[in-house]
Design a protein around this ligand. Structure first.
Ligand code: SF4
Length: 451
């Protein structure tokens, strides 16, 4: 075996303006023997043009599963084996095995090496992997040479660890990692960042950067001398702690993504996130962050039982009035493997149980029957909230408000760029089919396809 192709399928067709480098392939490249060449095809930034290869490895999310199955078919028709890994195959391995020769569940570390060795020896197995935390995966390593010459946004992705200490019922991260958590030593992370080229922003991809107070403070201390600007995802409890916030601001934090989810306490309780608080607390948290020049990227989800049709406008108004730099308004999406999916299935409320492969499903459709509104209201309400939040007047008003709060001119430029990209992507994705449904191109025969 001389060549492996890594594929990152897209959602729908056309390039994505917000595509970031798929870090998983830097992990796989780092664990692929040097004598095997690799090619990355990322459909979000380039048209799909498959090259001849010996093995295909795809990372599959639930939203890209249908497209991944389409792409796998072209390779398998030529006798080229296809390996699928990532969240969706981990949650639905039997389904993925209908479209792939091999499925990897859980993390790639400690497993990918076996897949490559077996493929080389012509004895590829149908299943590999384990639940995260049940085996020592060894250190997390990256080989970013796989991204050389590619046109991703000017943001460097870094991963400190995996897992989250909470258990929100809709969360696919919790479904994947359970109670397992893992974090790299702060000095190792700082050394990696110091060796990376400078970009306007570093984004820590961890779903919750905060695990333990002592580790978090040690990470902030290690980041501070680097003088880089960065953003991360944290839970709201961090933003209630002045010492942690001061450490973040001093270490270069420019923006935090916080899942506010709902302004209704009953909804927060139902999603097992009642520790989040309610809008009065939210306003206090937002003020604490803004005082330190840290921008807020807030996310909201709709469709829990207490949500009525006015929930969308209320959330959009709240996000605007509190000066959030960016916000997401999404219909609740039951992902396979989550507690939410199991509950809605048990209640007989799933309108499209296999929505990710249902050809009639369109991005943004309601997947289940909400209690206090219609399915059409659940589909249309988030778009209304997005339209209000990303209206030109709203963007300019929030940017003007941010001049005093965020202070740095770079923050305003970053906020404006992110808002205009979001405006475009929202329109591109809504009501899209999850795959093209068109015939795929045939393989391009090349002698030396290499990274
Ligand atoms: S806090 Fe965030 S990452 Fe953690 S379980 Fe809840 S939704 Fe998932």
């Amino acid at each position: 075996m001389r060549h492996i192709t890594f594929v990152r399928p897209n959602l729908g067709t056309g390039p994505s303006a917000d595509a970031m480098a798929p870090l998983v392939f830097a992990i796989l490249r780092a664990r692929t023997p040097d004598d095997i060449a690799t090619t990355l095809i990322d459909e979000r930034i380039e048209p799909f043009a498959p090259v001849a290869t010996d093995l295909v490895a795809m990372t599959v999310e639930t939203f890209t599963a249908r497209r991944a199955y389409e792409i796998a078919a072209i390779y398998r028709a030529r006798g080229i084996p296809v390996v699928m890994g990532g969240h969706h195959p981990s949650m639905c391995p039997d389904e993925a095995l209908q479209h792939a020769d091999c499925v990897v569940t859980g993390d790639a570390e400690g497993v990918w090496e076996d897949v490559v060795a077996d493929a080389r020896a012509g004895r590829l197995q149908r299943r590999y992997g384990h639940r995260p935390g049940t085996a020592d995966p060894g250190p997390i390593r990256f080989d970013r040479s796989i991204f050389a010459g590619r046109r991703y946004g000017p943001i460097t992705l870094v991963q400190v660890g995996r897992g989250c200490r909470f258990a929100c019922d809709f969360c696919s991260i919790h479904a994947f990692y359970g109670t397992h958590r893992q974090q790299r030593p702060p000095d190792e992370v700082a050394a990696e960042i110091a060796a990376l080229p400078r970009t306007p922003l570093i984004f820590f991809v961890d779903d919750n950067l905060f695990w333990r107070r002592d580790r978090f403070l040690a990470l902030m201390a290690a980041l501070k001398p680097l003088k880089r600007r960065w953003s991360c995802q944290i839970t709201i409890d961090v933003a209630r702690d002045d010492e942690l916030l001061d450490a973040m601001a001093a270490a270069g934090c420019a923006m935090v993504l916080i899942g506010f989810e709902s302004l209704d306490r009953a909804n927060l309780k139902q999603m097992r996130k009642n520790w989040n608080g309610v809008s009065g607390d939210y306003a206090d948290v937002i003020a604490r962050l803004t005082r330190r020049g840290i921008m807020i990227y807030g996310t909201f989800v709709f469709g829990y039982d207490a949500d009525r049709p006015d929930a969308f406008d209320a959330a959009a108004a709240f996000a605007r009035s509190t000066g959030m730099a960016i916000a997401n308004f999404n219909p609740l999406t039951p992902m396979p493997g989550t507690g939410l999916y199991a509950r809605l299935a048990a209640e007989g409320r799933l309108l499209r149980p296999d929505w990710w492969i249902d050809p009639a499903y369109r991005y943004g459709d309601a997947i289940f029957a909400p209690r206090a509104m219609t399915a059409a209201e659940l589909r249309d309400g988030p778009m209304r909230a997005r339209a209000a939040f990303y209206a030109l007047g709203s963007i300019l008003a929030r940017a003007a408000g941010g001049i005093l709060g965020w202070r740095r001119p770079g923050s305003i430029a970053m906020m404006l760029a992110a808002n205009f990209v979001s405006r475009r992507e929202i329109r591109r994705k809504q009501a899209r089919a999850l795959s093209s449904g068109e015939p795929l191109p045939t393989l391009i025969e090349v002698k030396d396809a290499a990274t």
